[in-house]
Write a protein that binds this ligand. Structure first.
Ligand SMILES: [Zn+2]
Length: 138
């Protein structure tokens, strides 16, 4: 469920199941999930896809390690997810049952974002044939 573009108040998300692109307002989502006594502060639950009903999640990168393929689609998408996750927490948008203190963020440094996103926080789809670097751990 790739992010295509992050704007000030919303972002474009492509459904990985049916391919429809939906603009999701930041007010529709929150950082972290908390349900049935289990919580995961690193996840962002997406609204259910209006076209196909898929319910998807974005996962913030857990570690501090550098992405093995700098500048690749996978690397840049991870930056966007980390950025979105941090933005939500900064706006106090955390899941019910969580406090902002329980949701550590990993906002990419501005210099890193400037380096890879010169034209704004946009990420075109990866080339169809690109098999390398696409095996992101889920
Ligand atoms: Zn869909």
């Amino acid at each position: 469920m790739p992010i295509r573009e992050i704007r000030a108040d919303d972002f474009d998300q492509e459904c990985s199941k049916c391919g429809s692109i939906v603009a999701v307002p930041l007010t529709a989502i929150a950082a972290g999930i908390s349900r049935s006594g289990q919580m995961n502060p690193n996840v962002v639950a997406m609204p259910v896809c209006a076209t196909c009903g898929a319910a998807e999640f974005l996962l913030r990168s857990p570690g501090e390690e550098e992405h093995p393929s700098q500048g690749s689609y996978g690397h840049k998408h991870k930056l966007l997810v980390d950025k979105l996750h941090a933005k939500l927490v900064q706006q106090g948008r955390v899941a019910e049952g969580l406090t902002p203190e329980q949701v550590p963020t990993k906002e990419p440094p501005a210099a890193v974002m400037d380096k890879w996103f010169k034209d704004g926080l946009k990420l075109p789809p990866p080339p169809f044939q690109d098999e390398s670097g696409r095996s992101e751990p889920k």
